[in-house]
Design a protein around this ligand. Structure first.
Ligand code: NAD
Length: 331
């Protein structure tokens, strides 16, 4: 489908990733409608395109409102979700409702309005602990957090909506997305927040391996999925395939911002940090998350362009001009 002139509904469009997709699609000539309940989203994320998009305040759990908001659209790009890991462990039912029931509502809306395609955000968390890396799309799916279960369930529903109703459903399994407008909470944001104050990164363990993909590259793959024909029902890893140990990440931040060497704090999973106020080390932490992106490269002709070094500098530049955005920690 040609993006120019098409009508696209983006749920979660006021969020971190959603707002980058909105910007890209607006610049490509689409008519974009954002549907967001602003639970974590922020109008400031849409500042650059606010006169070019329609913004509807609504919840994906409100089926009537969602149906109304989706009238006349050609494709839905579904990014809305509850993604705080601590919250999903404490309230798994709430997580299930937002992420699974909410996504079923999106598929139902597509069915009722004959919307032929839904692109939706899944997650690397569907895999759970890596049995090998890089993890391809055939890697076993054994989520270690309720969040991963709620996302995995949506992938199974997606398949049924394709089988029963021929709605194209494309699930994007993002690795760790980072970049401007990221919400404060994860490891890189903690490192950057401290770096802003001239403080060294604090490492817990540090041997965890992660795959960091820049948010503009993620927006691009969403646009490619909208454009590509005959994708049917499929899932794609959205990642760089590059493993970065947390201690390497910390050293990179130190090198980029002249901080010397990182510091180490001995705390266990689930414990609260003494050195980084309010931060808790996640329980059941993933040891490795490195995703093979060959399928997206081969099928969609997509590849990530932004290096980790470039992406970190870009996120830091954004943070310097938007310090108030990370004034409040999420948990
Ligand atoms: N950020 C990552 O690294 C990452 C990794 C894997 C998957 N994902 C997935 O990508 C998507 C976007 O994540 P993000 O990082 O931009 O998060 P975000 O919190 O910045 O964006 C989520 C948006 O959805 C909105 N929202 C939440 N619940 C809603 C509801 N019930 N109804 C309507 N709107 C609602 C929020 O207000 C927010 O604008 C999510 O589906 C998330 O699970 C993100």
């Amino acid at each position: 489908m040609k993006i120019e002139g098409s009508k696209i509904l983006i749920t979660g469009g006021a969020g971190f990733i959603g707002s980058h997709i909105v910007e890209l699609l607006v610049h490509s000539g689409a008519n974009v409608r954002v549907y967001d309940n602003f639970s974590s989203g922020d109008e400031a994320n849409l500042k650059s395109v606010k006169n070019d998009v329609e913004i509807i305040r609504g919840d994906i759990l409100d089926r009537d409102n969602l149906l109304k908001a989706s009238s006349g659209v050609d494709v839905i790009c579904h990014q809305a979700a509850q993604l705080e890991i601590i919250r999903c462990i404490e309230t798994p039912l709430e997580d299930l409702r937002s992420n699974t029931e909410g996504t079923i509502n999106i598929f139902e809306t597509a069915k009722c309005l004959n919307i032929p395609k839904v692109i939706y955000a899944s997650s690397a968390c569907v895999y759970g602990q890596a049995q090998y890396v890089p993890q391809d799309e055939s890697h076993p799916t054994v989520p270690n957090w309720p969040y991963g279960i709620s996302k995995l369930a949506t992938e199974h529903y997606a398949r049924l909506y394709y089988d029963y109703y021929q709605i194209e459903t494309i699930g994007l399994r993002y690795s760790i997305v980072y970049g401007s407008r990221e919400w404060y909470g994860r490891v890189l944001t903690a490192f950057l927040r401290r770096a802003l104050d001239g403080l060294k990164p604090v490492i817990w363990g540090g041997y965890q391996e992660r795959d960091f993909v820049y948010v503009e590259d993620v927006a691009k793959i969403n646009a490619l999925c909208i454009e590509s024909e005959k994708l049917g029902c499929d899932n794609f890893n959205v990642s760089t395939g590059i493993s970065t140990q947390i201690r390497e990440l910390a050293q990179l931040v130190c090198d980029l911002f002249n901080l010397g060497e990182p510091v180490y704090e001995e705390i266990c999973e689930g414990e609260i940090s003494q050195m980084v106020a309010g931060r808790i080390r996640l329980p059941a932490e993933l040891k490795q998350m490195v995703l093979d992106n060959s399928k997206a490269k081969a099928t969609l002709n997509w590849k990530p362009h932004v290096t980790l070094q470039e992406g970190i500098i870009s996120e830091m530049n954004w943070l310097r001009s938007n310090q108030e955005r990370w004034a409040v920690m999420r948990y």
